[in-house]
Design a protein around this ligand. Sequence first.
Ligand code: NAP
Length: 276
Amino acid sequence: MPAPDRYAVIGHPIAHSRSPQIHALFARQTAQNMSYGAIDIAPSNLAARVHEFFTAGGRGLNVTVPHKQAVMPLAARLGERARVAGAANTLVAGAAGLLADNTDGAGLVRDLSHNLGIALRSRRVLLLGAGGAARGVLAPLLELQPRELVIANRSAERAEALAVAFAARGPVRGLGLTQLDSVPFDLIVNATAASLRGELPAVPAEVIGAETICYDLVYADRDTRFVQWAREHDAAQTHMGLGMLVEQAAESFFLWRGVRPDTAPVLAALASPAPH
Ligand code: NAP
């Protein structure tokens, strides 16, 4: 058998990443001859290490915190999704040079629509955060035609700027967390990094009503602080971002291999507790 095609995820830190496990399961399921590792790259070495990986024959990279914006200038071509998001999570080697794309938004939308059966047409959506993750999911969320999408961020100016940048794509407005009205939303997406530190964005509890679905992009073995808070205030449903992670991985896998893996068994394998 020829040597496997090489792929990896790059980030800093990266040891916690579940992407190697996900892609190993996809590769086995679809019988692809490939390897997938995790490479810790400090920001100061990013360009040199990415160049080294592809010069040595690497076929593709996933990109995570803190490199999603910094990889953009390293690519010869930008996919539409990366251009709109201003960030990339996938690099693809090709005859015309490196392609940078962004599959995060597609991953969230696929998890919401396909796995969880949540329809957003004519619904009110609250997006917490205005960083790279929020930017990546905004256009795909607006494509689902919500009645309104409110971006609320700790730094109001960032939310306002994001709303202006995406205004042509749908009914979106941006404000500070403290400016939120005490009115329930249908869906609240936490795209802040607060959960990583066990923190909660300072949001009035009244944004949760009896029908509200709360989704934290961060995933963990235990409920995140945001999910705990949503449960305390009787949200109709709570979800964490493991489904999004698996779905964005499947979309990257498709870009690289031209094969779409079945995500359901992979999500089930990851969600079940690890054997001791
Ligand atoms: P980022 O660019 O650093 O942005 C961080 C955002 O979080 C900013 O809006 C920041 O507000 C806000 N924030 C941080 N701490 C906060 C706190 N204590 N209270 C309120 N707001 C707070 O990070 P990112 O790339 O957008 O990533 C955000 C999260 O999404 C990460 O935790 C990442 O793990 C997760 N994510 C998950 C997936 C998945 O597949 N499940 C994919 C992508 C990202 P300010 O602007 O005011 O600083």
